[in-house]
Write a protein that binds this ligand. Sequence first.
Ligand code: ADP
Length: 420
Amino acid sequence: MNLYLGLDFGTSGARAIAIDAEGTVQAQASYPYVATASKDWVTSWQTALFALIEKIPLDLRQSIRAIAIDGTSSTVLICNSAGRPIDEPILYNDARGATVLEMLQAIAPANHSVISATSSLAKLLWWTQQPQFAQVRYFLHQADWLSFLLHGKLGISDYHNSLKLGYDAEQLCYPAWLESLPMSPLLPQVVAPGTPIGPVKAAIATQFSLRSNCLVCAGTTDSIAAFLASGAQIPGEAVTSLGSTLVLKLLSQTRIDDTQFGIYSHRLGEWWLVGGASNTGGAVLQKFFSSEQLETLSEKIPTEQESSLHYYPLQHPGERFPINDAALAPQLEPRPEDPVEFLHGLLESMARIEAQGYELLQKLGATPLKQVYTAGGGANNSAWTKIRERQLKTSVVRSAQTEAAYGTALLAMRNCNQIL
Ligand code: ADP
């Protein structure tokens, strides 16, 4: 039996899922990051990586044919020539790059997605201004560095992790404006996500009883991995994440990038994964209802009737997608006395915003919506699913799998089998 191991390094912890060639889960494990006082992320990740491999039962571990790793997008490191990090990593949500935004605007084309305080390129530019920069030989993303620990090759990334570094996934090269910068020799070589890079290092194979020919494949980001896990595969299929916020991802034959609405596209094989994120979502529901209330009250909603309440549920003023208005005020009035009616209005309004989001993506040229998969806490709410089907005019199902580690295992399996 051949198994494929996906390792997910998310925001709060790491997970491993091993699947067989049919996609059946054979083993899974999780490992929370240990919060050290010094916030030594590098040690936490490294410990989690090896602990997760050891948590896979020995007989199954020896069947692993390929491994791939996903990490949080724009979590980055600088390393010396031996691959040792020479500073703390900069995490996905760290906005210190705000201090180099003007510099970024001067070097990148107008409205480019790298022009953001949290982009990988902003973080690299910030580092160029730090004293230790002279020692830097490699700039890597979290997934690139963790993969390096397994295969031993430095300076390799994938085009999902590298999108916000400025890599052009359509032309499959760095654009000329980026290549011409003095720090361009530090940029990683970019391959397609899932590309087999090489076997695990001999020392790793021995230490963890892995096969000596176990392949390590190029990785991806955690949110793309979650999309891959969903089961969505053909253009027109989409995944809505109903977590604290509302995130839409639609598989499309055409690419769409629109900075005004924060819409950008990741390459997925020959297609594009077009995404947009709204600030509405489950966090607003949590302000008014407990988990138990959400369940019991939802069951009483007459889902076939459209609520006449038109809200725009937000925690704070400001929205980007599907309405671009930095001052958009939360709209939660009038509030009926009946909590069922109020919840109906909230769920209906969020379903309208979701539908408006998919309409906008299609208006901008994305493949028409055919089927929606759902992940996140809201996916469990069957009343909401019925309301959304009515608003979206398409069927809505729960994602087959929701764990990013599962999607990353699939990535390893599909790419590895292509070359066998
Ligand atoms: P995140 O990872 O973005 O924090 P999760 O995917 O864990 O979010 O989902 C949590 C959200 O799901 C919460 O904001 C909560 O309001 C929402 N949620 C949980 N259960 C339900 C439910 N039965 N109906 C609607 N929303 C729910």
